[in-house]
Design a protein around this ligand. Structure first.
Ligand code: ADP
Ligand code: MG
Length: 666
């Protein structure tokens, strides 16, 4: 969208060329102000002595002051036969002088320069608000050096060093708590001021705010690779990547600009011939057409809206990696959810451990904990916690293998052991099948424990449906969106969750590859689908979906890296916020495009019979329109807030013991 492309927009607001704007800002303001004074003086002098040389002089000076750069680049482009915006405006201004309308020629240049500058400022503001968000990034850290704590700049701190974060301090770098306990406000990343409890072993993130306790943190990443820095980089990249609509508008501008120029030439030639209008008048009307041909507002209409939408999302902890995704989310007719960790909390609890005669409960837990030590699955975390609670030690495992969607296997003390669902076992004795069926009927996820291919026990686990899941599913239905749940868990649990949440369709017992297949089926039936998952064990299905959304990604690098859209917080309702934001952004885009085309066409139509003056063309058709388009885009962040739980409510929910959720516990 840079000035050099034929017919493209060259307004400072469209291109990502900040340095220029900043460097020239003050200089430009002074020049334009000076030009405006000269123009005003010219008008006064012209009023006193019409058509005097003094007035002409003042108008010419005003035109040069405001339009010197523009005229220079117009001539350069014209020599290369490129019809840039500068060429259009340059010809319009020069033409006005030539046919005896110097005041209007100068006005065109002064207004145009002012519009450019203000547009650049406004667009920069939309883009900046993200920078603001991340300018929160801390600059210094208290680092442990032999003598004690030394204040250093964050870039001087190495991985593995220890930093002190006092109450009220900002966490300077990503790291792990090695001493102390506190709660941290992670709003800088998640968009939500919910205090997150932190104790030894927990991750903390640069830019978040330590609340009450002192923490000693071992740095795990250099400042340039902190979660905050990476999210900021993604947002910035997304703002610059053009969407399908933007590319379409650009192509349209490429046709439209030459078309209006051709129209202007036709007007110049035909009006005197056909209607006997004086040549100077027809030229004047044609010049207005040239001003209108400037596609700036049109080219601006989509990108400013997209930037505004992406920025608004980032402020709420939603990282959108490109305007195409923002566009696609609003269009999707189906949202696919992964069950575990998405519709449920994924914080499972072991509710039953059963062993056979020779293998008691502790033996079952011992085998399970040993095998799960190598797994990152939510089931593993629950099993390990239970073993710790029961004081059961895990033993060393050889040849550990995790089978996605099935379970884990390995050799423990010379015995080939396994833990997982029925897929891992060629044959399950009927007694275990019965026991398993009984627990599943009660809504539990059941994993079998095997020794040498024979089932010797089982473990039942309960997950908790998220507080906001049912409301989100209902909210999506209200928006005309179909909901689908995919899970590797058993049919009974899936049916219970789907029923409780009012999910339209579910598929259970899926292997990761079958989840991909399911996404493909749905895409065939409904067009591009949106899929929400945890971004870790659903990565293949997320990648296959039109838009893959990872939820609760704050501590997960893979999720942040691989998903198209990342919800840093773990509120599934974020998907509603995202859809609303997307729809609003696309509504603003449509309004902007429609208004740009309508106003330009309207002025063009009125210009032919001479009802539009040059200054009207530039003030309304260019400057006014660009403003309207930007102002419309800047209102995207507002008025979209829905009834989210207050931070206090959410905090309470998070600390409530699972058992209290009678309604939601399966
Ligand atoms: P979901 O679709 O619910 O996220 P997964 O595909 O991760 O489920 O796993 C599906 C099933 O595979 C689980 O319900 C469990 O039976 C089994 N499984 C997978 N990984 C493990 C593991 N580490 N330990 C025990 N069972 C596992
Ligand atoms: Mg999962």
């Amino acid at each position: 969208m840079h000035g050099s492309e034929g017919g493209g927009c060259s307004c400072a607001a469209c291109g990502p060329h900040h340095e220029e704007e900043e460097g020239h800002g003050r200089h430009e303001v002074a020049l334009i102000a000076g030009a405006a004074v000269l123009l005003a003086a010219g008008l006064v002098v012209d009023g006193a002595t019409p058509y005097g040389g003094a007035a002409l002089m003042l108008f010419a000076l005003a035109a040069l002051a405001a339009g010197f750069d523009l005229l220079k680049s117009a001539i350069r482009s014209l020599l290369r036969l490129r019809f840039t915006m500068e060429v259009l405006i340059g010809i319009a201004a020069a033409g006005a002088f030539l046919i005896g309308h110097p005041a209007e020629g100068a006005t065109v240049l002064v207004f145009f320069a002012a519009a450019e500058l203000l547009e650049a400022r406004a667009a920069e503001r939309a883009r900046r608000s993200v920078a603001d968000l991340f300018s929160l990034a801390p600059v210094s850290a208290l680092v442990r050096r032999d003598e004690g704590w030394t204040k250093l700049e964050v870039h001087e701190v190495g991985v593995g060093e220890r930093v002190l974060v006092r109450p009220g301090d900002q966490v300077p770098l990503d790291g792990v708590v090695v001493s102390g306990a506190s709660s941290v406000d992670q709003a800088a990343l998640t968009g939500e001021s919910v205090p997150a409890a932190k104790e030894i072993g927990d991750e903390v993130f640069a830019g978040t705010q330590n609340l009450e306790g002192s923490l000693e943190v071992e740095v795990t990443r250099p400042d340039t690779e902190s979660t905050l820095a990476r999210v900021a980089a993604y947002v910035e990249e997304a703002q610059q990547r053009r969407s399908r609509t933007e590319r379409f508008i650009e192509r349209f501008a490429r046709v439209y600009t030459p078309a209006v120029i051709a129209g202007a030439l036709a007007v110049t030639a035909l009006l005197p011939l056909v209607f006997g209008i004086p040549f100077a008048d027809s030229v004047y009307r044609a010049l207005s057409l040239l001003v209108i041909a400037c596609p700036c507002a049109l080219a601006l209409s989509t990108p400013v809206s997209m930037v505004s939408g992406i920025t608004a999302a980032a402020r709420q902890g939603i990282l959108i990696k490109g305007s195409d995704y923002l566009e696609a989310v609003g269009r999707a007719r189906v949202v696919v959810f992964d069950k575990t960790g998405t519709l449920t909390t994924g914080r499972l609890q072991v509710t039953a451990v059963k062993g056979s005669g020779d293998a008691g409960e502790r033996e079952i837990l011992h085998i399970a904990a040993s095998l799960e030590a190598g797994s990152g699955h939510p089931i593993a975390a629950a099993v390990m916690a239970k073993a710790r609670e029961a004081g059961v030690e895990a033993g060393p495992v050889e040849g550990f293998v995790a089978v996605p969607g099935s379970g884990v296997c390995g050799t423990l003390g010379g015995r080939a052991c396994a833990l997982g669902n029925g897929r891992l076992f060629p044959e399950v004795e009927s007694a275990w099948e019965e026991e398993k069926g009984r627990l599943e009927a009660a809504g539990q996820t059941v994993v079998l424990v095997g020794d040498g291919g024979r089932v010797i026990g089982l473990i039942g686990l309960m997950d908790t449906i998220r507080e906001d899941a049912a409301a989100t599913v209902a909210g999506l239905r209200a928006r005309g969106i179909r909901t689908v749940m995919l899970t590797g868990d058993n049919e009974r649990v899936a049916a219970a969750v789907a029923g409780r949440l009012g999910i339209d369709e579910y598929r259970a017992g899926l292997l990761p590859a079958e989840k991909v297949q399911a996404v493909e089926d749905l895409t065939g039936r409904f067009g591009e689908v949106v899929m929400v998952g945890d971004g870790v064990n659903d990565a293949p299905a997320l990648a296959r979906a039109g838009v893959g959304i990872a939820m609760g990604a704050i501590g997960s690098d893979i999720a942040i890296e691989t998903a198209d859209v990342v919800l840093m917080h773990d509120r599934v309702a974020g998907i509603e916020t995202l859809i609303d934001l997307s729809r609003k952004t696309m509504r603003v885009v449509r309004q902007n495009v429609a208004v740009s085309i309508a106003v330009k066409t309207g002025i063009a139509v009125l210009a032919v019979p001479g009802l539009v003056t040059l200054w009207m063309a530039v003030a309304i058709g260019d400057m006014g329109l660009s403003f309207a388009v930007i102002a419309n885009a800047l209102r995207i962040p507002w008025g979209r807030e829905r009834s989210h739980p207050t931070p206090a409510e959410t905090a309470e929910n998070q600390t409530k013991p699972l058992a209290v959720h009678h309604d939601n516990t399966l």
